[in-house]
Design a protein around this ligand. Structure first.
Ligand SMILES: [Zn+2]
Length: 226
């Protein structure tokens, strides 16, 4: 079930109080049109009917896909890392076995939906993205600020991402083979932390930690001559 509420929002431009409809809870099956608005990035669009001022108005929102068994909680204004993980195990034991993620922006929500709808593992996707971002950083000598999963195509053996390099340059599309994903999946499967029944962030920092642990284990194995 999706939940809807209305609230008066003061227009930052003209000050008018605008009755605004919000969706703190979205169910993909009950409201496919809301899923569509997340994917075309219009769900959080806000426009003042008095003066025409337009902006994004992002509020906490829980997205639930019952059939594919995942939930994504958008906690705006900050990184998902500032979010205190909530153990929902006691209150909602029925959520065990449902993937639960916390993100900080609508773009990250969209990315999680695309990843899970494609049947992919988001730890592995983050690993591939992390590696590609590293290559871009070397090429452009800057920092890649953001990167998002775009598509995966088994037949074409391709997985694609768009990256946003530092300095507001145009987004860069980067593709690699699904073999890179499969290799990352092996690493992810051997390393995935126990999430318990909690909402957790799975992002670039997660990928970095996973990779460092994996490499230090490999080094130890080499030293021991395994
Ligand atoms: Zn206004």
């Amino acid at each position: 079930m999706s939940t809807q509420m209305s609230k008066d929002i003061g227009c930052p431009h003209c000050g008018a109080a605008i009755r605004t409809q919000m969706w703190p809870g979205i169910c993909a099956q009950d409201n496919p049109e809301l899923r569509g608005r997340v994917l075309d990035e219009t769900l959080f669009d806000w426009k003042c009917p008095e003066c025409g001022y337009a902006a994004q108005f992002v509020y906490p929102c829980l997205y639930h896909d019952r059939e594919r068994r995942f939930m994504v909680y958008v906690v705006p204004n900050g990184s998902g890392r500032e979010f205190q993980p909530v153990d929902v195990g006691e209150k909602f034991p029925q959520l065990a076995g449902v993937k639960k993620r916390v993100v900080s922006s609508p773009a990250e929500l969209k990315e999680k939906i695309l990843i899970f709808e494609a049947g992919l593992d988001d730890y592995a996707v983050e690993l591939v993205k992390y590696a590609l971002a590293g290559v871009l950083d070397k090429k452009y000598g800057g920092k890649t600020l953001e990167g998002y999963f775009c598509f995966a195509d088994e037949g074409e053996n391709r997985i694609g991402f768009s990256f946003f390099p530092e300095g507001g340059k145009d987004p860069v599309l980067r593709k690699t083979s699904m073999d890179a994903y499969k290799k990352s999946l092996e690493i992810a499967k051997s390393r995935e932390p126990d999430e318990g029944n909690r909402f957790v962030p799975v992002d670039a920092l997660t990928a970095k930690d996973l990779l460092e642990e994996y490499r230090s284990d490999k080094e130890q194995e080499t030293q021991k001559g395994i």
